[in-house]
Ligand binder design. Structure first.
Ligand code: NAG
Length: 343
């Protein structure tokens, strides 16, 4: 009996270690803050000092945005106009609005190996997520979500090889990103994105994890843990971070956030509800965890210690069990309106 318990605990320990190992990168997201890569206010030129030292600019002066076609909804027109106004052609800026058709063209022409994955993503927002990485990897420049307006010139950010936006409490976002053309991080992201095309049952998690901010955050942690996030200058793989104060809400922030017609589907509402009731969720987690342990112990005893039924009977527990897996291709075409700034 004693030995049985020991073996049982050992098996659990092995399973737990395996699970922790599998999600290790996700766990590091919880405690890595990236402050050492922050673009601090001190290193940015003070507001109103005009165009600073433009000789250090390495990111090309291109603003990329995406929408399904050229008719931008009224809710975002003001944001779009603010970015165009602050980055005029007369100062060497180019503005590119990537429609679905143009995005598909780029993939067909430059990344044909990605075409099938790209057109088969079940949610349109996955294509919108993916295309921005390919555009940045190919052309370089600054990608800005349509619901982000500009509050000051992005010129000071062009001297870093790559930057993304840090989100609190965890990870990075893909709503504002800048890079030199062929930046190794974004090249890596484009090379890996196919591998991450998985169905995580809940649409929201599927989108976040295969192409969205969660996918990008995992790539970013891997990039750092592979030792790339060091060194600077033109060839540096280091990725600098815009923290919340530089992002929006202050006079010196680069962006302003414009709410679109954001509405939430059931799974998004569920996730927000869970995050609001995290204490309850934690307690439930423990209850479920201990129940699993208890059931595991019970099954183990029946199988190994011969506590009654034959082992075969115990196995039946597993064979009749199927995961409720499904895929809803094509449904819900309005995913792009989901507001990620709240998570
Ligand atoms: C763009 O898409 C919207 C909504 O799907 C549609 O109403 C509009 O006519 C389209 N505009 C163009 C220029 O195709």
């Amino acid at each position: 009996m004693r030995r049985g318990l020991l073996i049982f605990l050992l098996i659990n320990f092995v399973i737990l270690s395996f699970l922790v190992h599998r999600v290790w990168i996700l766990l590091t997201l919880l405690f890595v803050d990236g402050a050492e890569d922050a673009i601090t206010r001190a290193e940015l030129p003070a507001l109103g000092t005009g165009r600073d030292d433009s000789t250090s600019q390495i990111i090309p002066r291109i603003i990329h945005q995406t929408y399904k076609n050229a008719s931008i909804p009224p809710a975002w027109q003001e944001a779009q106009a603010s970015c165009i106004a602050l980055h005029p052609q007369s100062e060497g800026w180019e503005y590119k609005l990537w429609t679905d058709e143009m995005g598909l063209g780029l993939i067909q022409q430059e990344y044909p190996w990605f075409h099938d994955t790209y057109v088969n993503y079940p949610y349109p927002i996955e294509r919108a997520d993916a295309i921005r990485y390919f555009v940045l990897a190919h052309y370089g420049g600054v990608y800005i979500d349509l619901d982000d307006g500009c509050q000051r010139s992005l010129e000071p950010l062009l001297k870093y090889p790559a930057f993304v936006r840090r989100t609190i409490p965890t990870g990075i976002s893909n709503d504002v990103m800048g890079a030199v053309p062929r930046h190794p991080f974004f090249v890596r992201v484009t090379e890996k994105i196919k591998e991450y095309d998985r169905n995580w049952i809940l649409p929201y998690i599927t989108v976040m994890g295969s192409t969205g901010p969660l996918f990008l955050s995992v790539m970013w942690r891997r990039w750092s843990s592979d030792g790339h996030n060091t060194g600077d200058g033109k060839d540096g793989g280091r990725i600098r971070l815009i923290f919340p104060e530089e992002y929006n809400g202050f006079p010196w922030s680069f962006f302003t956030h414009h709410k679109g017609d954001s509405w939430h589907r059931w799974d998004v509402r569920l996730i927000f509800w869970l995050s609001r009731h995290w204490i309850l969720v934690t307690i439930l987690g423990f209850v479920v965890g201990f129940s699993v342990l208890f059931v595991g112990w019970w099954v183990y005893r029946r199988l190994v210690s011969g506590g009654g039924g034959s082992p075969r009977k115990g196995m039946a527990l597993f064979t009749g069990f199927k995961l409720p897996f499904w895929r809803r291709a094509g449904a819900y075409n309005e995913y792009e309106l989901v507001d990620r700034h709240e998570v």
